[in-house]
Design a protein around this ligand. Sequence first.
Ligand code: SAH
Ligand code: SF4
Length: 383
Amino acid sequence: MPVNLLDFDAEGLTAWFAQQGEKPFRARQVLRWVHHFGESDFNAMTDIAKSLREKLIATATVSPPPTISDKLSDDGTRKFLFDVGNRNAVETVFIPEDDRGTLCISSQAGCALECAFCSTGRQGFNRNLSTSEIIGQLWQANRALGRDPASGNCGERIISNVVLMGMGEPLANFDNLLPALRLMLDDNAYGLSRRRVTVSTSGIVPAMARLAAACPVALAVSLHAPTDGLRDKLVPINRKYPLAELMAACQRYLVHAPRDFITFEYVMLDGVNDSDADAHALLHLVRDVPCKFNLIPFNPFPASGFHRSPAERVRRFASILINGGIVTTTRKTRGEDIDAACGQLAGKVQDKSKRTLRAAGVVRATGTATASADTSAGVELHL
Ligand code: SAH
Ligand code: SF4
């Protein structure tokens, strides 16, 4: 089996090169070809000795997940669907704005955390993505989008920011995420600043500390409720890491963070978490955490059971937070016409969690499936 070089960050590639009897600077050269120039053909790496190129052709590949589809929304948002094997596919979304281009990437095929209002969570979980599947989304999108010719010379990269806000919980896939994050920051690869790479988490407290120690990038925390009672229902991981622990973890993260605030994401669910009292309770909850709020109008999907808060309610909720001294923005919904908005990413996941069977009443919550039900596992949404 050839080794996929997209699975290595600089350190990993250097170690692999050493095993092949090759010098560290060769690893750096190849890293630059692969990520900086987006090259997958070893023969095109012209400043690499022919003998090494031949060795690489025999032992290695540069294999991102293949593109299944690439759709453009009316508002310029672009959604890619990538094949990650065994009938699983994940989604990646590019969101162009005046002053930046943000790529939203996935970290898992499905998600095991079952947040009540999330389409990815509803469809079950298959597996963690490998490092090559995570960084491969950026590699592929960079190739598809190219560089901006307006910015002179050979142009600047169109993708200026990366957010881990696609399918999956990035901090539940820490070991594969870390080399991908390091590549995003590496000057020989994508050269993004730590402030322009954002990990979004539903609040896996111990992994937040690991991230702070290993690779502190900007952090967004999906809050969605001001009290444990409500958050237990909306974001079930809260039962394991309740709000007091989460707030303390946010404070500790800020000691290392590249930005001096945490971004709290808050999906606005009509009549569920959007009252004036909820906003006041939030002000109390985050009183010791330097933060900004990003309110996300709920993006509906079939049979979600939730509704989007009316625009006036969102404005009023935001004004309470702002009057309480917190910078608050409301996320513009993008890419709705191609199901590319937050929480609508469903890709295609063969559910191994039996959740979809449970929801259909085929298995009991204890998870024992009948043989016939087991073979029918798997959901296909939005395809
Ligand atoms: N698992 C991570 C990152 C992926 S979700 C996390 O939960 O943070 C990215 C953001 O989209 C999260 O804030 C998530 O709560 C939000 N989201 C999920 N479903 C949504 C929906 N239907 N409408 C709007 N936002 C949603
Ligand atoms: Fe998973 Fe995030 Fe969706 Fe929750 S909101 S189910 S953590 S992807």
